[in-house]
Every structure is written in C-alpha cells, then in structure tokens.
Design a protein around this ligand. Structure first.
Ligand SMILES: N[C@@H](CCC(=O)N[C@@H](CS)C(=O)NCC(=O)O)C(=O)O
Length: 193
C-alpha cells in the first residue's frame, strides 16, 4: 500500500488529515506554492492547486472532505453525523473567510469594513466563532477524533497567523487543551517554510 499526502507546513486542511492518518504509514510531501517550478509540477497532480491531496495507490483524492470520507472507510471509522459535519462546515467557513481577508491584504487591497466582501467575512467569522464556542460548551468534544483535530488545527493556524483573539472564546481553547501535548500535534505545528 502506498499513501502520499501533499500538503504545506501551514495548511490547517492538510494538517487535520495528517493527524487523522497517524495510524497509517504515509509519505508526506511538501508543496511549494510560491515557486514557479514546484507550482507547475503540482498542477499536474491537481488542477485546483490546493492542498491537501491524497494519493492512495495511484488514486488521487482532492479536498480534505473527500479524503476524510475515504480514510474513514480505510480506518473503519463510523460516518460523521450531520451535527459533526455542521461543526466542520463552520470551522471551514472561519478558515475560508480568514484566508479571503488575508489574501486581499497580501494583494494590496485595503480592508475597508464597509465593503461588501469584508462585511460578509467579518460577520461570518464572528458568528461562526461564537457558534463554535457554544458547541464547545454544550457538546462532549473530549475525545481525540476528527472533530477535535479540525478544531485544534483551526485554532493553531489562526493563532499562528495572529488572526483571532481566543480570550473571547475560552471554551474553544479548553476543548483543545487536552490534546496540545500529543507528539504528532507538536511535530506538526504550523511553521513558515
Ligand atoms: N476545501 C478545501 C480547502 C483547501 C484549501 O483551501 N487549502 C489551501 C491551503 S490552507 C490552499 O491550498 N490554498 C492555495 C490556493 O488557494 O491557491 C479542503 O477542505 O481541502
């Protein structure tokens, strides 16, 4: 069996899959988006040029959601419930909105809170983090599983990029605290390449 996961040292979407794949023997390949040659080479792997991609014995799987479904079968894990999937959708929305704002800044676009694109992201990020805070208070998230992996990788990435002040979200921090010292969590902390 040959498994290759394509990711970057910072991507929270790739890291959640790396954590899920802990029991499996998998090669991890870093993708360098910022240099022309590796970028072009990666375009041969996936036209969307996003990470993660999993290559399972020659079958290429794009997007962390499809990879997760595939790996749950491989690992014989029970399907995620609708509540679980909703939690992941909200985590994804926080990440997507923060990435949108970050990319606008990097593109030299001034972040004007009155512009529709920024007003939409700000609203979504705030409401989604508040919703996640409530979920952390009302749900039992004490198990180390795909949900806690998604939550922890969101928190670490947003802290790494200084994008969220978690003093407003103590229950989110408390939910991930028990997993902070796991060896693979420490070994995969986001770092600039
Ligand atoms: N929905 C995708 C999102 C993946 C994603 O946005 N990956 C980012 C890295 S965190 C990426 O590859 N960005 C490159 C780009 O947008 O060009 C998933 O769940 O895998």
């Amino acid at each position: 069996m040959s498994l290759v996961l394509y990711g970057t040292p910072t991507s929270p979407f790739a890291r959640r899959i790396r954590l899920l794949m802990e029991p499996l023997d998998c090669e991890f390949q870093f993708v360098n988006f910022f240099e022309a040659k590796p970028r072009q080479a990666y375009a041969q792997i996936t036209p969307i040029r996003k990470v993660p991609v999993l290559d399972d014995n020659g079958t290429r799987i794009f997007d962390s959601h499809t990879i997760q479904q595939h790996l749950f079968k491989t690992l014989a894990l029970p399907e995620l419930s609708i509540d679980d999937q909703n939690l992941i959708s909200v985590i994804d929305s926080v990440l997507d909105s923060l990435v949108t704002v970050m990319m606008c800044k990097r593109s030299g676009i001034e972040v004007d809170p009155d512009l529709l694109i920024f007003a939409l992201q700000t609203e979504r990020i705030k409401d989604s983090l508040n919703w996640l805070e409530q979920q952390c208070l009302s749900r039992d998230l004490s198990e180390w599983n795909y949900l806690s992996m998604c939550l922890l990788t969101m928190v670490h990435w947003t802290q790494f990029r200084n994008l969220v002040d978690y003093r407003e979200y103590p229950a989110i921090l408390a939910a991930i605290a028990p997993f902070e010292n796991r060896a693979l969590v420490q070994d995969t902390l986001p770092v600039d390449p």
